[in-house]
Design a protein around this ligand. Structure first.
Ligand code: ADP
Ligand code: MG
Length: 192
């Protein structure tokens, strides 16, 4: 049994997709155990996307590099650098702006293999690469190139914890213990 954090990002809220997106997780059998609307301040944004997580920052940079390479675009010419860590820091700055640009909807979902299952339903980070049927594949076509030439983060509607360790770090950032509910869903017995 696992718990994982999802955050419907400002573009999802502005597009009126909150119910639709949450419904997809509920339909898959995931249990909603905490939920609230939040206006993210700088402190929470900085903690949610930590500046000292170098491996993650390099991965962010590589997502830009790979996407530019595929499009046969020159990253250094367009972005001023092709160093993955520097690109990662650049993207992180845009991410802080993005997550705090409007209200978000944060939720904790619980279930067997919840982290992996939620990632699967969410889809690939780059929406143009996300499979149809996933949230990012069904509702967006954004890419690193589109985003980075606009000097912004990729608008991919949703954050989902990347692994169990991330989930354990993120959930207490967003919710106190008291905000997390315990109950049994009526069909739990049927799904056992
Ligand atoms: P995920 O959200 O799939 O776990 P990451 O943790 O790697 O992806 O990145 C966090 C968020 O940063 C992504 O959801 C996306 O909004 C944004 N992002 C990731 N890579 C890039 C990039 N190369 N350019 C712009 N934004 C990016
Ligand atoms: Mg991530």
């Amino acid at each position: 049994m696992e718990q994982t954090l999802v955050v419907l990002k400002p573009d999802a809220i502005l597009r009126g997709l909150t119910g639709e997106l949450l419904g997809r997780f509920e339909r898959a059998g995931l249990k909603l155990v905490a939920a609230k609307m939040v206006q993210v301040d700088k402190g929470l944004a900085e903690k949610h996307y930590p500046a000292d997580r170098e491996e993650w920052l390099k991965l962010l940079g590589h997502k830009t590099l790979d996407n530019y390479k595929e499009l046969k675009k020159d990253t250094k010419a367009e972005m001023g650098t092709d160093d993955p860590l520097k690109l990662g820091h650049m993207v992180r700055g845009w991410l802080l702006d993005y997550i705090s640009s409007g209200p978000v909807f944060a939720a904790v979902l619980e279930g067997p293999h919840a982290v992996e299952l939620v990632r699967k339903i969410t889809g690939h980070t780059l929406p143009f690469k996300a499979d149809p049927g996933t949230i990012r594949g069904d509702y967006s076509f954004d890419s690193s190139h589109l985003a980075n030439t606009g000097k912004r983060a990729i608008k991919n509607l949703i954050h989902a914890s990347g692994n169990l360790e991330e989930a354990k770090y993120e959930i207490p950032l967003w919710f106190s213990k008291e905000e997390i509910a315990k109950y049994e869903r009526s069909e739990e017995k049927a799904m056992k």
